[in-house]
Design a protein around this ligand. Sequence first.
Ligand code: B12
Length: 437
Amino acid sequence: MKLLLIQPSPYGCKGMPIKKKKLYFVGLALPLLAALTPKEWEVEICIETLEDVPFDTDADLIALSSMGHGVLRSIDLAQKFKSLGKTVIMGGYMVSLMPEEASLYCDALVVGDAEPVWSKLLDDYKNNCLQPVYHEMLQDLDPPLPRYDLLLSKNIGDFLPVQAGRGCPKSCSFCSVHCLYRNRYFRRPVQSVIRDIKAVKDLGFTKFLLLDDNILANTSYLFELCSEIKKLDMVWYSQCSIEIARHKKLLAAVADSGCRVLSFGLESISRKSLAAMGKEWSNPVEYPQLIRTIQDSGIDVSTEMVVGADGDTLSSIAHTAAFIRDNKIVVPRFYILTPIPGTDFYNQLLHESRICNDDIYSYNGAEAVHIPKNMTPQELTDAYWQLYRRVFSIPSILARTLFRKEFWKRPKDFLLYLVVNLYYRHHINRKIPPNIY
Ligand code: B12
């Protein structure tokens, strides 16, 4: 029996799936699903961003993942494969948040984590008694070694993903992770994470991406993890809460273990906006000092921010460009605050009649689909693109990459950030948000 696992690529502005020659960030879902699949199955992975979907496949079962607005492509592929007589399974974040809608397009749907249900689903398929929906709560996070080998022939970056935690203890109303996990948060034992990092190293990689939506939640865990990672002599990247700057010894241990870049979901420089999103514990006045502390430890700072929350004004959005430049953020990314179906924020805006675009499949984070408090949706979209253009202007790029005192300490790293920034600039000038790379 053969299983084809597909990571669909979202549609780009010309209505075609986005294609890349190289995909630096690969997800873990498909290699993990492959590892969860019993040996009697032959498994193939297709990452549509990099390769064409093999519609003439001899696979019996097609399993499609879904992420954000990429779900529209997942649905189109599901319908196409069904018309070809295949059995289609869907899973992933987006279909988990809108299961009623998604189940219209497939034979079976997995809501949330695959681990508790995947082998039962495959058995049911074999026995011809597939159920429409599989949903069981994860009890602990103890995954098998992902089938990284299935990725090696593809044109991916020079690092692989390794997961430490899943879910999140925080309650940010706009976030899909909170709305799917509802504060449940699972951590793998340190030695289990190290097992995967060692496997990545054995495959010849010197870098990895640590996946965890709140790695700082348990500081003694992070200390222990770092002391084990250090022994492996690898470079790693991850995301984290900016609060790590308040833990000086821990920060030093993270840097010492090989962490070179951390990405921080700062979201906004407006305290009102943060409070409106359920992040009242974050104080933007402290951001510059916290960022400086992290940079001084030898870790470069990348950021994820959203515009269009209720505290934002056209002037606060414009000021964000200066914030990015002054704080020398190496790789900044922005999104328009988007009410993703299934999130609390979506339900709140629906209740307040503030959603101005009903086509949920067009919600790509680059166009306002809600009515903000202090501007019109069009003004928000325009302010977003203007912010991106300012942040990726040549003077801002140079100030954040080449013209800084740290440049001579690690010229190779800063030259790489320069290239990434120029690549983003190239896309932004064509109004393509640099979110998938
Ligand atoms: C790495 C990553 C990426 C990478 C790689 C993406 C990829 N193609 O896999 C890059 C940078 C390219 C990326 C891009 C995007 N991403 Co992304 N990404 C992540 C991140 C950080 C980790 C994903 C991961 O590997 N997790 C570990 C695996 C093991 O967990 P998992 O994916 O949830 O999979 C489990 C279950 O969901 C389920 N499952 C997943 N797929 C399937 C499929 C089947 C058939 C089955 C049965 C089960 C199943 O089984 C798995 C094991 O239990 C997550 C954050 C997070 N917390 O997960 C965001 C996240 C998934 N991304 C998100 C978004 C929005 C995007 C973008 C749309 C951003 C944009 N505006 O362009 C794009 C879309 C890309 C696409 N191809 O569609 C959102 C999804 C929200 C949502 N409602 O869908 C997340 C949750 C971030 C967030 N907090 O909002 N992303």
